[in-house]
Every structure is written in C-alpha cells, then in structure tokens.
Design a binder for this molecule. Structure first.
Ligand code: GAP
Length: 451
C-alpha cells in the first residue's frame, strides 16, 4: 500500500510562504544557510499567535502552571547530568572520498549515496552545538546551546516551587529557542538546526503519573483540533520501548499527516524521576518534595508535553491550504482559524477616490487598535481579496461610494465569500463577535469542519 501523505505538496507551501511573506530562506542574498529560515511580516504574526494561544491554554487559563524564561546558555554540568553529553548522539558514517557524513540508520547500502565512495565505520556524533564562554577557547570554557528548553525548568524546580508557593501537581511552562546540529535537516521548517519549542514540565506524585500522562495527551491533542487542524490529519502514536528517549518511561507522539507522511508534531513523555534525580546527584542540591498534607517526602515524576512552534506553524499552514475555483478563477486560500490568522481584518476602499480614502483611513485607524489590520488600496478589489485569502485574513471591509451616503460598509467573509452590509458604528463590535465565531450569518469553514 502506498504511504499516506497530505494532499498538499510541500513546494506549494514553500512558494506561498516566500511570495506572501511567511517564511524566507535565511541570509538568502548570500545563498542562504542550510536549514535556517527567517519569518517574514505575516509569518512572525502567525508564530506569535501560535505561541500566545499555547500560553493562554497552558498558563493563563490554568491555576496549576506558571511560566518562566531561562537562559539558552547554561552551566555545562546541566548537560552532563541530563545525559545529553553522553547520549544525545546519532551514529554517523563518513565517505572516505567526498567526506560527506550520513546517518548510518538511514542508508540502504555501505556506499556513499553522493559519490558511491567507501564509508567509514559508524561513529557517535553529538547533536549539541558547542561553543566557548569568554575569550579563551579551551576545554574548561566549553558550553552548549541548549538542545531543549526543558532543562531550564528542571534546574529551576526548587526556585519556582518556593517563589510561587505551589503544591503538586503543578507545572512550569516555557517557550524558547533550541539548537540541534541535525544531520539530516529538511522538509522546510519541519527539521531545522535552530527552532523554537513550547514545553511544559508537569510535576506529579509518583503513582499518579499514568493518570497525568493520559490527561496531557488528551489536552494537547485537543489543542490542535480546537485551532482548526482536521481530525483526519492528526493521530496519536505510542512509542515502542526501543525508540524512547533515554529518560522516557512512556511517550506518545501527536502526529500530523505532512506532505512527506505522518510525522511527530509534539511528544508527550513520562520522564519519571530521571531529571530531578540526576540534577540532585550532579548539583548536590536536594530536589525532594515535602507533601505537607501527608507528611511524605519524594522526588516528583515529570510529565512533559513538548511541542515545536515551527513544526506547528507548518502543520497549521498545510492544513489550512486550499485551492478552489471561485468566480471562474482559481483561488488559493488559507482557512486559518481566526485566532491564528496573521491579519484579522483588511480595510479596502473600492478605489483611491479622494472621498473614499479619508473614510477608509479613519476606519483603518480605528480598527487597528483592536485587531491586526491591513490597509490595501492597490489594484482591483478582486486582486486584493485574493491577496488577503492567500494569507488567511478572515474578514475584508470594503468602503464604497454608498458608504459615504448610508454610513455602512461591506464585510466579506474569507471562507464562504459571503458579504454583509453593516453600520460603521457597529463594525468593531460585529468583527469582535465574528472573530470569536459568534452570531455568524454564514457559517465559515473553520467553524464547521471538525464536526
Ligand atoms: N524536551 C523533550 C524534547 O525536546 P523532542 O521530541 O526531541 O523532545 C520536542 O522535541 C518537539 O520539538 C518535537 O515534537 C518538535 O515539534 C520540535 N523539534 C524537535 N527537533 C526539531 C528540529 N530539529 N526542528 C524543528 N522542530 C524540532
């Protein structure tokens, strides 16, 4: 049976991202840098919306999780204790002729795929980026760019517990950059060497860990569904014993059907007491929790939902992408959930007429206090609608000559392309309601597609 893949080709997403300003190749005028990408004007908004929605769901709307922001550079002992210095490795082989390196597990023969040269025996290659602290490049000043944000939360367990006066179960959340010297990066922003993670470390009493693992798997799976990912493109997969990370007692992946097939979007692991035991051992600081209610002392277990911002952005873009015939033309549209859409409202005067423009500008100035709003008066109205469709703007507000007479404007909805006339005085309120999905005259696709 053929491998399952998403219906959208990655090239279409890459091309749209470049054309409309979501994602550009890094340092492109110098020929780019392998696997590094820059987020453009609408890409950065999409990414911020993903992070804001995650933070809202896991910190703002919960009593039991608090956020932190730890530094990227940490004491190198952290990475010894965590097991990354010894175990964060991939077996690599090198071609004796062209010196290209390959992941041993991904080769079908013992010849170089590039030049058919002879390959060396596999050697373990550490995926952490190494650097030096201070002016002297010597072994004692070696440090690493963090390969996950998680360790910053483990080493702050006691600080956060004390400062926020929490009781178990409680969690710490963090969003931040991580770096891995991946051997085979690729598939656009799916696997890169610099990326952003959204991680929660949820500390629980041993014995309740299975319950909380189950709880977080469901929470995190539903987060994607609630933000519009189609159920048929999302699945859960439990790791086999042989594929678990060195710290994991159990692990589930939330997988998305990418153009290259099903692949991990987020991992939810039961890390047991591995991390706190290791850090206590290596730092000499006790990380034992005292339960005031029962008088028990124990090392908490950790449940870790760990998601990638860039990978999520890619999944949301792919899932939202659609091409359809509209009014005799092919229209490309991103059916992004309004909470994720980079621009919520576009203000479009019918023409650059000297009477229309001041009213349109006035409306624009007013609306942008509440929403990310774009003003566009270049080219035909049809072209402008298409441009907004391509970046997923849920609503366009059109100001025409009748607006000057009746103080009304037209709201055009992205998915149904339905248009309604509303009083300018009500516009802000109506758009607020529509963006929340309330009181729709025509049901938009993102509101019905999960049913
Ligand atoms: N603290 C656990 C941890 O880091 P992981 O499965 O290695 O677990 C978690 O990474 C998430 O981070 C992945 O599900 C993915 O979304 C993202 N991620 C990991 N490596 C990545 C890479 N090279 N490029 C982009 N995203 C990556």
């Amino acid at each position: 049976m053929a491998e399952e893949t998403s219906k959208v080709a990655m090239e279409k997403i890459v091309s749209l991202c470049k054309r409309r300003g979501f994602i550009f190749p890094s340092s492109e005028i110098y020929g780019g840098l392998s696997s590094c990408w820059d987020y453009g004007p609408v890409g950065v908004e999409l990414k911020r919306n993903i992070k804001d929605n995650w933070w809202r769901a896991v910190v703002q709307e919960r009593d039991d999780v608090v956020g932190i922001e730890s530094s990227i550079l940490m004491n190198p002992q952290v990475w010894v204790a965590s097991g990354h210095v010894d175990s964060f490795t991939d077996p690599l082989v090198e071609c004796k002729v062209c010196h290209l390196r390959w992941r041993a597990t991904e080769l079908n023969s013992n010849k170089c795929p590039e030049c058919s040269g002879e390959l060396t025996e596999p050697r373990l290659f550490n995926l952490m980026f190494k650097t030096f602290m201070g002016p002297v490049e010597e072994e004692s000043s070696v440090t690493y760019l963090r390969p996950e944000t998680a360790q910053g939360m483990f080493v702050n367990f006691d600080n956060v517990l004390g400062a926020s006066r929490r009781k178990l179960p409680f969690g710490i959340a963090q969003i931040g950059k991580a770096f891995r010297n991946e051997i085979t990066p690729g598939n656009f922003v799916f696997r890169t060497r610099e990326f952003e993670q959204m991680e929660i470390e949820y500390f629980v009493k041993p014995g309740t860990d299975d319950y909380w693992l189950d709880y977080w798997v469901k929470e995190r799976f539903n987060w994607y569904i609630n933000l519009g990912i189609r159920k048929e493109n999302l699945r859960l997969r439990q790791h086999g014993k042989d594929e678990r990370a060195h710290y994991a007692e159990d692990c589930y992946d939330v997988e998305y059907l990418f153009p290259m097939g099903w692949a991990e979007l987020e991992g939810i692991a039961n890390r047991g007491d591995f991390d706190l035991v290791q850090h206590a051992k290596h730092s000499g600081k006790s990380l034992i929790y005292f339960d005031e209610e029962t008088g028990e002392r124990f090392v908490p277990y950790i449940i870790e939902p760990s998601a990638g911002v860039d990978r999520s952005a890619l999944a949301f873009l792919i899932d939202a992408y659609d091409e359809e015939m509209a009014e005799g033309e092919l229209r490309t549209v991103l059916h992004l959930h309004p909470a994720l859409a980079p621009i919520k409202v576009a203000v479009l005067p019918l023409s650059r007429n000297e009477k229309l423009v001041p009213l349109a500008k006035q409306i624009y100035t007013h609306l942008r206090r509440s929403f990310m709003t774009q003003y566009d008066d270049a080219q035909s109205i049809g072209r402008r609608y298409r441009r907004q469709d391509e970046i997923g703007t849920p609503f366009c507000v059109t100001i025409d000559f009748e607006s000057l007479e009746d103080n009304q404007v037209t709201i055009r909805e992205r998915d149904s392309m339905a248009q309604i006339r509303v009083p300018i005085s009500e516009l802000d309120k109506i758009l607020q309601a529509k963006l929340k999905g309330e009181a729709f005259d025509t049901q938009p696709l993102w509101a019905v597609r999960q049913k």
